[in-house]
Design a protein around this ligand. Sequence first.
Ligand code: XMP
Length: 509
Amino acid sequence: MNDKIIVLDYGSQYNQLIVRRMRELGVYSELVSHTILAKEIQKDPSIKGIILSGGPHAVYEEDSFQIDADIFNLDIPVLGICYGMQLMMHTLGGKVKKGNHQEYGKTTIHVTLDHPLTNGLNQNLLVWMSHGDIVEKLGKDFIETATSTSTPYVMVKHLNKPLYGIQFHPEVSHTPEGMKMLDAFVNLTHANRTWDMKHFIDQKIDDIKTKVLDKDVILGLSGGVDSSVAAALLDKAIGKQLTCIFVDQGLLRLNEGDEVESYFRRNFNLNFIRVDAKALFLKKLKGVSDPEEKRKIIGNTFIEVFDEEVKKLTDVDFLAQGTLYTDLIESGTKSAQKIKSHHNVGGLPEHMKLSLIEPLNTLFKDEVRVLGLELNLEHALVYRQPFPGPGLAIRIIGDITEDKIRIVQESDAILREVFKQEKLNETIWQYFTVLTSVQTVGVKGDQRSYEYVLAIRAVSSIDGMTADFAYIPYEILSNISSRITNEVSGVGRVVYDITSKPPGTIEWE
Ligand code: XMP
């Protein structure tokens, strides 16, 4: 069994990041409820360290999340971060109060005394703060080891117990030495650093088998990274007990439906059902121009088709989804505050009465990619550029027709081909073509033409939240433009979108 470090969840948006940092340091870690009791921890000898996360509340408020004080007497190292440190002080005889002002962002702190977490680091350190409250009085037998101009107690330790507190967030990348501090904490716990993706796979396979037993599982496969990795993992665990339903809306890129189907049929044991629902989607979308209306129709039609397929199967008890941790946290956990709802979470109708299996819901996107490679999924699939659920429907401005879908598919294929030749596909985050609703005059073979304007969109981005248009050499743009106007019938003019996000979005709809 792996040693582990548990993170008590006090609701910080960063709490899963702490878990992830522990894993990066080679120690298995999980987020557990702050209501866990000392005696429960004692029963699990694999727990070598405890981290109390940050959180949005104030420790002195009524109803704020507290801790079983006996945890501090277990002789297991405890690291309190932000709210976690304040809670430690509050519980052990100190005092926390509202600060004169809130402190968010980068701050320089000064190390005043040796602290196991700052050993070997500079005396002045840049850290990331995010708090409104401050510790006014230390808990009994605690001493201060670092301070800043606005916060008196920035780092503290107990004189004779393995209890440590830090007011800032070592887990975020804005604290440059944060990983070294967390690494030092792992050393203090003496936890074995034996965790890696192979362990994750073994453990998930066990979990899935134990949960599913001999029942059947369905999974809606889109061919995107998340659902493909989830399918590969379940395939390894339960093989033929898994049925993947691939709803082909007719809104995928050129040949993509065939590629997804043949890839999954060739490489896996799972049952694969491809539903050709193109005609139904086209019918429902006929004459619809409003982008949100398109999204709604596509979402509802997907559920309808999926539901129909599931009804044809017998003995299905489970629905598997490739939900990521970030999907969950954005939709609000029990402790974290809700930021926005997410389309993957809670999408299917209740009457389906299926239990959910979400094997990726503790992972971040880049961890899912590592997992995909570990499961031998092909590189091109694991590193696919993002593709929106509503597909090409939101890349056709105005109403959707079969011919417009053809134009976007053919032009997109040319764009991808050229980007691949020029190796731009390795550096540009997302790229595609958009069919506008504008037609313009041109000349083709001595004849007057009146054809569509097609836009090229290519952006660099880290996470899609912000983006800059990509800098593409003119010669390449020229090649793309002449190929598209020559090879794709219906396109008379090609333009390049030079808008960043914000103020634009990446997609046009
Ligand atoms: P925007 O256009 O909002 O896009 O700047 C940011 C990222 O999200 C993708 N996107 C979607 N993905 N359903 C999805 O699954 C959607 O309705 C949707 N709209 C945008 C977009 O491709 C980009 O990567």
